[in-house]
Design a protein around this ligand. Sequence first.
Ligand code: ADP
Ligand code: ZN
Ligand code: ZN
Length: 678
Amino acid sequence: MKQVYLRVALDTPLDSTFDYRWAAQEEGGAVADLPQVGQLVALPFGRQEVVGLIMDVVSETQVPPAKLRDAIAVRHELPAMNKEWLALCQFAAEYYQRPIGEVAVPALPKNLKAIKTVSLQRAIKKLAKLPEQADVSPLGEPQLNPEQQAAVDAVANAEGYAPHLLFGVTGSGKTEVYLQTATKILAKNPDAQILILVPEINLTPQLESHIRARFPGLMLSTLHSGMAEGERMLHWLAAHTGRARIVLGTRLAMMASLPRLKLIIIDEEHDPSYKQQEGLRYSARDLAVWRARQLSIPILLGSATPSLESWQGAQTGRYRLLELRERAVQHAVLPIIRIINLEREKPSEGLTQRLIGAIKLRLEKGEQSLLFLNRRGYAPVLACDACGWISNCTRCTAHLVLHKGDHRLRCHHCGLEQRIPRSCPTCGNIDLQPLGRGTQRMEESLALLFPEARVFRIDADSTRLKGSAAAAFERVHAGEVDILIGTQMVAKGHDFKRLTLVAALNPDAALFSQDYRASERLFAQLMQVAGRAGRAAQKEGGNASEVLVQTRYPDHPLYHALMSHNYPDFAKDLLDERQQAHMPPFMYQALLRAEARELETAIAFLKEAALCTEHQGIMINDPIPMTMTRVANVDRAQLLVESVSRPALQAFVKAWIADLRAMKSRVRWSVEIDPVDI
Ligand code: ADP
Ligand code: ZN
Ligand code: ZN
């Protein structure tokens, strides 16, 4: 017997790793079954049995023998995670200032961490039964246009770490660039794995079917949060064993174990969903870039409206810029974007006469219209004219939203629900008025206005059931819908062929948001939704497709940039502004959040936190309440710290967290690196 100690990462908020004893069997003088770094192991933890990840196997430990416990069983049936994957977790843990266990263990599928190994055994068997595929050749590749070809060549022929930003207008054929780059990488390296990240798989099932049709001989894995655990286990294992050659997934797929990864593609790289907004608040895009560098492989970031961070990277030469200036389909042209001044043309029921006329025209021609309104529900608030009562959530700094269909007032932040009151709770007035307009109300108005049309709504409420979003989009693709009304869900990468009119009903709110990134996001959203129009070839003598934006601020620079489809100028203006104001990407930030029953308690904690560490080269701002201060009866405040130097900020935050822990405050707090919502 040979005694070793396993240094194991567990998913706990407690720091560092835990040591366990392991007695390895010896056979004929050689040590058999010695556990390896990167293997999973079942362990006693408190009174429970848990599964952890072996980070190190050592011959000595500081833990006193009385406190040491024996590990139970090593999962030899699963090949160990490789050292590159462990290094990725280690990097993420250090960068985001979390214990390694909180990064590495949650990145594994749940069933892998079950005490019983049935699910793992089943997945291993299932995978073994799938036939080996040898044929990586693609089917039916269209001829690329010169710009697409140049992009493919640049990425596929690059040596080593090579980050590329593919800046291509909507409909310019970015997908085709992804697929043919994949072809070339696979041709060079027949057992390569390729990771393709998308913001949302459920909303854009088209990409998955494109990949399957293009590479019928390749195993494709998908990884996203909507999968059943058993399924997820199988797909993850296919990736981990190198069987899956293309892995398509959302941000969580970035942490998949991919031993033969040779190319990373991130579609819609600007999309906010690449940032995890709870727990480990990581940016999948940033980590993917790190991973590409670590592995010395190319990475391709694609977007029609790149994030300012990536755009800046391309300007300074950190990323190589690849451009697609035109739509790929012959005779498909970018839609004409027009502004409707709401100060001059008063809308009724949220629609101006010009917009109504434009919809009528589409109905006559049998074409589709898409109306974009980023607000679900019937009306954002219910109010009493007589006494001024409005439907506030009693637990949040927010209004209760009117949902007429199911007779409810509902808080979109904490989930509080009430029946719609028959009369005003304060004065008894029975004539309560819905204020403002959500998608449900627009749907109702449209149905009244266009009784002959098939009006259809897509938002989080209409697609709550599993599979219903896909079915809804299928109806639009099949031409069973004349007027589509929806939230940002409808802006995603759909290729609706009969859509020639897009309208943004009320985008102004984001112009004056507290969040300095709001206009960057609004621009991206409007470009994206506008990009749904005119994707098919324009008919002989037909009208160009059209985008109408209803606004009270027709002279706002954002709308001007939008009208000329001019992302580069818009980005330049924003970057100049950010530089002058010392904001990201010219500044690095970390945010300390605190939560308490009383706002004063949270603020007092932050004030103390601001005092406690030395900070050269770090700017510590004043603590402030969060814009939405109260959620579910908890008050929230924040403290922003900034530096022009990333390493300086990293070093500071590390020491600071140790100090904050030492404060032993009862306030709940967390630190976020590179926050986006502040
Ligand atoms: P993007 O992702 O840039 O918005 P897509 O990849 O959806 O654009 O492509 C838009 C349309 O152009 C799709 O219908 C696609 O099939 C078509 N397309 C792409 N590349 C070519 C090409 N080289 N020749 C003809 N059609 C193309
Ligand atoms: Zn009242
Ligand atoms: Zn609430």
